[in-house]
Write a protein that binds this ligand. Sequence first.
Ligand code: NAD
Length: 489
Amino acid sequence: MRGMNAPQPAAFLQPNESANATADLDKLFAAQHRASRAMVDVPLAWRLERLERLHKLIDTHGPALADAVQADFGVRSRQLTDVADYFVLLATIGQLKAQCARWMKPQRVSTPIYLQPASAYIQRQPLGVVGIIGPWNYPLQLTLGPLATALAAGNRAMIKPSELTPHSSALLAELLHSTFGADEVVVVQGGPDVAHAFASLPFDHLMFTGSTAVGRKVAEAAARNLTPTTLELGGKSPCIVDASCSAADMAGVALKIAHGKLINAGQTCIAPDYVLLPEGREAEFEQAFSRAVGQLFPADGGSKDYASILTARHLARLRDLLQEAQAAGARVVELDTASAAHPRQMAPVLVYNAPAHSRLMTEEIFGPILPVLTYRTLADAVSHINARPRPLALYWFGTDSATRNEVLNQTVSGGVTINDTLLHIAHHNLPFGGVGESGWGSYHGEAGFLRFTQQKPVLVQSRWAMGHLFYPPYGARFQQIMGLLKRWL
Ligand code: NAD
């Protein structure tokens, strides 16, 4: 074990307990580490059985967990948790159960002529202990999704959910601790201090989902142990409306943008952060967007489908962003909608002419504020995107495939959905992740399975091997063979 004497797990490893003290972390980790080294070869049956337990946990306790998320947010409908957390989770678990046997198999590779008649393959093995640090915005999908993938790949896992969702984090801990042994899955609760100590454990892999600022700290802490990381971070995801969108298209385009922006009230990592609109189409877009908002969240007496902002602190930050932009000359259009039912439901807002240096245009917004920027030529829109950190997601709406390809070829982002928003995250055969400041490493589907897997190359020499022909002393025969081989390469 790197840098640790394996202490014996003590009484706190009993089910239904959570580790709040930093000192306990080493012991919890040691128990998982020891178990992972005692069973290096993790059979398919072990993996499937753990996935089944997780599936059952969601089936049985899904409604209680959704209620806990609702209690954390204030307003967060059960249906939103159903579609954004459970649907994605159940699809993930279903795919893992169906594909695990195939993905864990050794993968034969062809052997180059100069090594024949040797053969070679890649052996896929569990890494050992995976750490998972989760954010608050989708507290179930973003902890249990990586957990399912880690288990399918034959690993143990320690989870640190967000301290800002205390109800769902506590219930998750209770349910996972009664479903799994502490040497299989353990939940650690706590704030930044515990999180920092957690990130400093010598995991075999550490997966972090959260902000770019905290991601830097996680990468630093993990680097001290040479722990490889997957960082799923945030950023400003642009949404381009192309000139090829007709006036008739605009209603549908605005509805899709409004849905992507306003689901969970903008508190979604891949929500469109701002819109890039062809110059002159502002009024048309504003009208269509306003209508779309009314359609999604009718204003009569408040909507329980429109999530509230998580805390008063987060709401105050959003208001500050708006005020700063407004004071600097931006035009703010507050839309009439269902924001009356709860003091932290914030009405959607469109913002025009926000200065480029304002916090609204430099920080990830993570709320229901949509800046609208206009562009004259496609090259202007592309250079605006390329002058900024690479985004987690990019959206493009239009009918002109040449322009679409130009945008796809000239920009680099974590992922893309064309003519809609968000949906690439739900396609489990697409790797999901960021690039540059929006993160590194991707998961979902086989990409996720491989993220938590050691791909060990194995070369099997043949008894008919001619390797000795290359051994010293190097004489004329060596020169002759090398000459022949070089001609083949
Ligand atoms: P955050 O970075 O504030 O917190 C995330 C987690 O990190 C929490 O569990 C927190 O306790 C922990 N943490 C805090 N300090 C730490 C430290 N020093 N070391 C280790 N861990 C520490 O993020 P948040 O506010 O919970 O979530 C919002 C952010 O997450 C947004 O930026 C959003 O874009 C991003 N996000 C990204 C994805 C993705 O898949 N790329 C998904 C959801 C959210």
